[in-house]
Write a protein that binds this ligand. Structure first.
Ligand code: PGA
Length: 243
């Protein structure tokens, strides 16, 4: 992964294949300086459409099973075969809506490694609280995935859940402190230097706040803003311009 890395998590957007191709084309154009790395994570059904337009693609989720009778699921090796090189695992929307556990997330990390995909592993606390209490929640998530994380080279995305939504109030100093702690903890527990991304309402209005801490942020996981053509192309230019 090249620094700065920008992961475009389109979530359930855009509404058609044609729009997906057009959006990917615009993003590729904005990212062409190759100063960093832009990864597009489209809905799985658009994976090959996006792959035709852009080099680095990710799946938004992957099955914890390598194969078998699991209707509706996609295996890591299938994603690899379709051209993906990354997969997002443990996103808070899946933890909440699909009741994903840390144990399943650990299995997904292992399936990703077996298929030679790099997992982008999301962690973050639900509510804004004191750094000490928030750290307790994050540490629990990390402790349960570290044995799997150690088996390969993953990327961590710190996403405070209270800041996810595209237009939520963010706190870059708080995020930076938490990311520093996460990085240090993984280094001590897993003897790994893991790249770390920030995610949660990153947009053109607040990006400067985060860029102040660019020395300790390896990139960004952008949700809502990444599915809006003008917003994401401007954001890529601002981020590339500052690293
Ligand atoms: P957001 O989503 O940028 O819309 O807050 C971030 C994410 O994808 O987790």
């Amino acid at each position: 992964m090249k620094n700065p890395c920008i992961v475009c998590n389109w979530k359930m957007n855009p509404a058609s294949q044609k729009e997906a191709a057009a959006l990917a084309r615009e993003i590729t154009r904005a990212a062409k300086s190759k100063k960093g790395e832009v990864i597009i994570a489209p809905p799985a059904i658009y994976l090959s459409t996006v792959k035709n337009e852009h080099t680095h693609v990710a799946l938004q989720d992957v099955s914890e099973y390598a194969k078998g009778a699991h209707t509706g699921s996609i295996s890591a090796s299938m994603a690899k075969n379709m051209g993906a090189s990354y997969v997002i695992v443990g996103h808070s929307e899946r933890r909440r809506e699909q009741h994903e556990t840390n144990e399943q997330i650990a299995q997904k990390i292992e399936r990703a490694y077996e298929a030679k995909l790099t997992p982008i592993i999301c962690v973050g606390e639900l509510k804004k609280e004191t750094p000490e209490r928030a750290w307790g929640k994050i540490k629990k998530q990390l402790d349960e995935i570290i044995p799997s994380l150690k088996k390969g080279k993953g990327v961590i995305a710190y996403e405070p859940v209270w800041a996810i939504g595209g237009d939520k109030k963010t706190d870059s100093a708080y995020a930076q402190a938490m990311m520093y702690r996460i990085k240090l903890y993984i280094r001590m527990q897993a003897q790994l230097i893991t790249p770390i991304l920030y995610g949660g309402s990153v947009n053109c209005k607040n990006i400067e706040d985060f860029l102040e801490y660019k020395d300790s942020i390896d990139g960004f996981l952008v949700g809502s803003a990444s599915a809006q053509k003008k917003e994401i192309t401007t954001l890529i230019k601002k981020i590339y311009g500052s690293y």
